[in-house]
Design a protein around this ligand. Structure first.
Ligand code: H2U
Ligand code: ZN
Length: 358
């Protein structure tokens, strides 16, 4: 098959979300040239008496954290969702009297997940065994919440760094679990389902592998967007990446949900998280900001054979510790755009050390 000239402006298709992105490699932005400013970063203390996530401290609403020594999960004191909201008498829980003005009551659970008692460390600096404990906590939360019939989806995520809106440098993530399937998950479910249904055998039964496993095979053959792999996971820059150094971590076998990961796979996921976040920190020698999260099949009682779980990392930085990409203008109004190609981004990330800068 003829490959198009990827040094010219082109658009790339994201089959997960059924969206296009614009790539403009001819623009002279060559992020690896020119001055790279370094940020002076103050070393944080191991324990901060003013931190609402440190062990033993009092949170904003008066609750006291236990003297925890590993991963610590608690219900968010300022949740975006309520478990049992009461509609006012005579008011419907959902309304679609008009196809234009539709609303539904949303219920769910919001929790905060402290990755470590250590205030001064980030995921990249935690020992792999502690990251493994985070993976176990994620799976345990999904086991518990996924069994509930008022929960259809559990979004695990981490906002890291002030640039991404994290409120506290203490290493932590969150989960929001909802009665309805959120927008991005609905898109990815449709994308994966359409792919599987497009490959029926002569009996009309879906045949072949899920979208992301076929995609992974293509990537492993091409090699140019792969950053590294271990026994059970591959880390790559997606062909359709939007953010300059956006990446994805994918299991090598068909895994729909995080709860299905075996012990060795959980170890391998912890290893992949450690290696990727360390490379990120080394890119601009800074605690690299990002939003990351696990995408997995809904917990709505359906099998979702089309689904392959994966992790997305969306980092905002482009050129240095202080120069970020903004999704504004054309991107907000028309379609996302990037200058640095995904292949160039992968090459840079591949070239970095897995020992964190000192
Ligand atoms: P972010 O840093 O990603 O915003 O997460 C911190 C969360 O911690 C945030 O959702 C919650 C906030 O509501 N929080 C508490 O639950 N208790 C507190 O005492 C302060 C912050
Ligand atoms: Zn703290």
């Amino acid at each position: 098959m003829q490959r198009m000239d990827r040094s010219l402006p082109h658009r790339r298709y994201n089959p997960l979300t059924d969206e296009w992105i614009l790539v403009s490699p001819q623009r002279a932005t060559r992020p690896w040239l020119g001055a790279v400013e370094k940020l002076a970063q103050a070393r944080r203390p191991e324990y901060d008496p003013a931190c609402y996530l440190c062990p033993g401290n009092t949170r904003a609403n008066g609750a006291v954290n236990p003297p925890y020594t590993g991963v610590y999960v608690f219900d968010n004191d300022f949740p975006a969702l309520l478990e049992t909201p009461r509609a006012a008498p005579g008011v419907e829980e959902s309304s679609a009297q008009s196809p234009i003005l539709r609303s539904q009551l949303e219920t769910g659970v919001c929790r905060v997940i402290c990755f470590s008692p250590r205030h001064d460390l980030t995921l990249a600096e935690l020992p792999v065994a502690q990251i493994r404990a985070v993976v176990d906590a994620w799976a345990a939360q999904c086991e518990e919440l996924g069994a509930r019939d008022d929960i259809a989806y559990i979004q695990l995520f981490e906002n890291k760094g002030e640039m991404m809106g994290a409120s506290n440098p203490h290493p932590h993530g969150q989960l929001w679990a909802t009665r309805h399937i959120p927008t991005e998950i609905a898109k990815e479910t449709r994308g994966q389902l359409n792919y599987l249904l497009g490959r029926r055998n002569c009996d009309g039964q879906p045949a072949g592998l899920p979208l992301l496993l076929d995609y992974l095979a293509l990537e492993r053959t091409a090699g140019e967007r792969i950053i590294f792999e271990n026994a059970h996971f591959v880390c790559l820059v997606p062909f359709w990446a939007i953010w300059p150094f956006e990446t994805m971590i994918l299991p090598k076998r068909h895994v729909r949900r995080i709860v299905e990961l075996t012990e060795p796979e959980r170890d391998a996921l912890a290893d992949a998280l450690k290696r990727l976040t360390t490379r990120y920190d080394n890119l601009f020698e800074v605690a690299f900001p990002y939003t990351m999260g696990v995408h997995q099949a809904p917990y709505d009682g359906e099998p979702h054979e089309e689904w392959q779980m994966h992790l997305h990392f969306y980092p905002p930085l482009l050129r240095s510790a202080t120069v970020r990409k903004f999704m504004v203008g054309y991107e907000l109004l028309a379609q996302p755009q990037r200058d640095l190609t995904p292949e160039q981004a992968a090459e840079r990330l591949r070239g970095l050390s897995e020992a964190r800068f000192a």
